[in-house]
Design a protein around this ligand. Structure first.
Ligand code: AMP
Length: 398
C-alpha cells in the first residue's frame, strides 16, 4: 500500500475524494460550518507542495440525481480558496469532455474542483463505468472521505481498482483509522464507553461489541428509559422502545456475565412536554410522574458518570445524554463533555464520534479538548463493530 507521506507527487495529478458534504444555508447558499473543508486541507497541500496538481471530488447533500444550485460544489469554492490561499478552477460537470479537458490541462500547483458526484445516479449505485470515467481525472487516487468509507460508491470504493499501484489514504482518513484502532487495540485501562442518543435499537450492535471490550459502559440519553422500564421503574411518557425491553434486559445480563460495570442514570430532569417552554422538575429516574418525560440526566447521574469518566484512560463517546439541542436539557451532555475534556487533560485518550455527540462537543466549544472527533458517525460505528469498510478495504487490498 502506498502512503501519502512518501508518495512522489511531482508532475502527477492527484484525484482526491474529499468529504465536502457541508451544511449550506438555503437562502444565501453559504457554507455554515466549514469543518470538513478545513480538515481536508493538509492532504491537498501535501500534493501541491510535492509538485503535483489536484482534482477534488465530493458529494454534497442529497440531490435527486439532477443538478440543483443548493447542492452545487460551487458553494464551497470561496472557502477552499480561503484555506488554500489560491484561486481554484471549477468543472460544471464531474464527467464529460469539458471536465476531462480541464483536468488534463492542469499545471503543477493548480486545483480543479469537480461538480457534485451525486448529480449522477451512477455514483451511489457504485457503477463501474462511472468510476472508470472519474478515474481519468488522475494519475493517482487519494481517499480522504472517512464519512462515506462505509459506502461502496463509485468514487469511494469502485474507483480504486483503476489505480492498482497508485492509491492511498489521505491524512484525514489515516488519522481516523489510527484513532479508532487506538481504542480497539489499546490495552490502556479502564476503557469506558459512553453511549447515549435516542434509541436502544440503533445502538444494539455497537453495545454488544463494546461489552467484549470495555470496563465501564455508561448509558444515557433517551435510550436509558427502556432500561429503567425493563427494571420495573416508572418512566411516565419518556421515550421507550417497548419491543426492546428484552434487549435491555439481555444487555444488563451480558454486562454482569462479562464483568462490565454498566452505569445507568439514577436521576432525571423531567418535563411536561417536548419543548423549550416545558415545565420541568427533577427526581429519581424510576419515579417519573405520569404525564411527564425524562429529557436529560440530572445532578446525581452527572456526579456518578463524572467519577467513572475521570478514572478512565480510554474513552469512547457516542450519543448525547439528553435533548442537548434545547438549552433547558443540555446540562447533562455539557457536563459529560467537560468531564471527557478533563480526563483527556489528565492523559486519557478520548474519541468522540457519531453525528450528535460531535455536534454537542462543537456546540460547547470542547472539540479541541478531546483527543479525536471523528468526521464519520456511521463509518466510525461500523469500523468499531469490526465491519470491514469497503472504502478502506479498496485501498488496503491489492
Ligand atoms: P442518536 O442519533 O440516536 O444518537 O440520537 C440523538 C438524539 O437523541 C438527539 O437529537 C437528542 O435530542 C435525542 N435525545 C437524547 N436524549 C433524549 C431523551 N431523553 N428523550 C428524547 N430524545 C432524546
Amino acid at each position: 500500500m502506498k502512503s501519502i507521506s512518501t508518495y512522489d507527487f511531482k508532475g502527477k495529478r492527484a484525484l482526491i475524494r474529499v468529504d465536502f458534504n457541508v451544511p449550506i444555508d438555503k437562502a444565501t447558499l453559504q457554507v455554515t460550518d466549514d469543518t470538513r473543508i478545513r480538515a481536508a486541507i493538509p492532504t491537498i497541500k501535501k500534493v501541491l507542495e510535492g509538485g503535483g496538481s489536484v482534482v477534488l471530488m465530493s458529494h454534497l447533500g442529497r440531490p435527486k440525481n439532477i443538478p440543483e444550485d443548493r447542492y452545487s460544489m460551487k458553494n464551497c469554492i470561496a472557502i477552499i480558496e480561503k484555506y488554500l490561499g489560491l484561486k481554484i478552477q471549477f468543472a460544471t460537470d464531474c464527467i464529460g469532455d469539458r471536465a476531462f479537458e480541464q483536468s488534463a490541462s492542469l499545471k503543477q500547483g493548480e486545483v480543479l474542483l469537480l461538480e457534485n458526484l451525486r448529480f449522477h445516479q451512477r455514483e451511489e449505485k457504485g457503477d463501474v463505468g462511472y468510476a472508470e470515467l472519474l478515474s481519468k481525472h488522475g494519475d493517482c487516487y487519494i481517499n480522504d472521505a472517512f464519512g462515506t468509507a462505509h459506502r461502496a460508491h463509485a468514487s469511494t470504493t469502485i474507483i480504486a481498482r483503476f489505480f492498482p499501484n497508485d492509491k492511498m489514504f489521505g491524512y484525514l482518513i489515516e488519522k481516523e483509522i489510527d484513532s479508532v484502532n487506538q481504542v480497539l487495540e489499546s490495552d490502556k485501562k479502564p476503557l469506558t464507553a459512553i453511549v447515549g442518543g435516542a434509541k436502544v435499537s440503533s445502538k444494539i450492535t455497537i453495545i454488544n461489541k463494546l461489552l467484549d471490550k470495555v470496563d465501564n459502559l455508561i448509558i444515557g440519553g433517551g435510550m436509558a428509559y427502556t432500561f429503567v422500564k425493563a427494571q420495573g421503574g416508572k418512566v411516565g411518557k419518556s421515550l421507550v422502545e417497548d419491543d426492546h425491553i428484552k434487549t435491555a434486559l439481555e444487555i444488563i445480563d451480558q454486562a454482569k456475565k462479562k464483568n462490565v460495570n454498566l452505569v445507568l442514570p439514577v436521576d432525571t430532569i423531567w418535563a411536561d412536554e417536548f419543548s423549550e417552554a416545558a415545565k420541568t422538575g427533577e427526581g429519581k429516574i424510576g419515579e417519573i410522574p405520569d404525564g411527564w418525560m425524562g429529557l436529560d440526566i440530572a445532578t446525581d447521574s452527572i456526579k456518578l458518570f463524572n467519577q467513572v469518566i475521570l478514572n478512565s484512560k480510554l474513552i469512547l463517546w457516542n450519543g448525547p445524554m439528553g435533548v442537548f439541542e434545547m438549552e433547558k436539557f443540555q446540562k447533562g451532555t455539557l457536563e459529560i463533555a467537560k468531564a471527557v475534556a478533563e480526563a483527556t487533560k489528565q492523559g486519557a485518550f478520548s474519541l468522540v464520534g457519531g453525528g450528535d455527540s460531535v455536534a454537542a462537543v462543537n456546540k460547547f466549544g470542547l472539540d479541541k479538548h478531546v483527543s479525536h472527533v471523528s468526521t464519520g458517525g456511521g463509518a466510525m460505528l461500523e469500523y468499531l463493530e469490526g465491519i470491514q469498510l469497503p472504502g478502506i478495504a479498496a485501498i488496503i487490498n491489492d
